[in-house]
Design a protein around this ligand. Sequence first.
Ligand code: MG
Length: 420
Amino acid sequence: MLYTGDIGEQARWIIGPGKKGVLDVKTVALIVAAGRGTRVATTSGAAKQYADLAGRPMLSYAIAAFLDHPGICSVKVVIHRDDEAEYAGVAGTFGDRLTPPVFGGATRQESVLRGLEALAGQAVERVLIHDAARPFVTSSIIEGVLRGLDEHDGAIAAVQVADTLKQVNASGIIAATVPRQTLWRAQTPQGFRFEDILGAHSRAAAEGCSEFTDDASIAEWAGLRVVLTEGSNCNDKITTAEDLEMAQRLMAADTARATEVRTGTGFDVHRFGPGNEVWLCGVPIPHDCRLDGHSDADVGLHALTDAILGAIGDGDIGAHFPPSDPEWKGASSDRFLADAARRVAERAGSIVNVDVTLLCELPKIGPHRDAMRKAIAETLQIDVGRVGVKATTTEGLGFTGRREGIAALASASVRLPVID
Ligand code: MG
């Protein structure tokens, strides 16, 4: 019953992406994220629309795509009642053009109706309905649907069927090959005039018609003329665990293209003085002297802090924490390191790996290496596998050889967004 209209005619109406421009009519995107998606298991046990995709929940990509499009005034999401807390985590990162969510129903059709009802009375002229499980929707797909809607009752993103289609009998034997020339796969967004689609959905619900699998089929049933616009194979719905894996690979490749890795180095020296322990890489080590300095004189963390600051081109430890400032007297150096990590996060960056080399005759570093790596990993909030700590003597040569002090070298690699 899906395509009762003249598909041949619809196919001739394919509209490509047009020119961008701010549209005057009030157009809202309604994202449907109320399903349970039982075919994809997420580590947190959450529904698939909250599954991790390159460090962000899947749902956030569709929200961002619509909010970024100049033709969309606001975005509303239909969520499952059980996902309220998960959703709050996603929504918190967007501004108030993402309006409060609405709870969905038992089926997708019911969920869309609830979403449309929640938009009623707000002077919405057009609505684009989109599946949360299509995170790769692009600006040009959205644009295509908006342009199609300029001239038709409805417009939906679609992709021409490329594979040969087989009809099978009950035993799985091919009964026929189905001509595919006029067949298209319906995607979302699907755009309609608001009153039209709300009316069609309400009537379908009132008449107990609940077997529709997308909004266009309800529009067709209600007699609206719906045009196909250019979708994309990337815009396919993420349904299975295999789809999710593929999406994760694709998104990771996207991220790699949009970011670059930068490297910084650091060096520091502190002299020995009277005392009974030294702090090295965040770990106190009993010793027959201490390291002199304004803070706790953790030479390893100082070199590392400078390496991270160097990678993001943001001064050095002395500039941010002047030794002349009494606030830093005796300070624990993990504060300096945490501050450098915060500066990386502030630039939407992430630390790829860090490596510290300590130069000293004593104390022996080996027994403390794992504790040091763990301390650094905790302060930087990265995996311990991304942290290296090494030590070497200088064969009795120079100031470290004479046991007058300890020197440290460090390097840090940081992944940052490419900003032209
Ligand atoms: Mg220092």
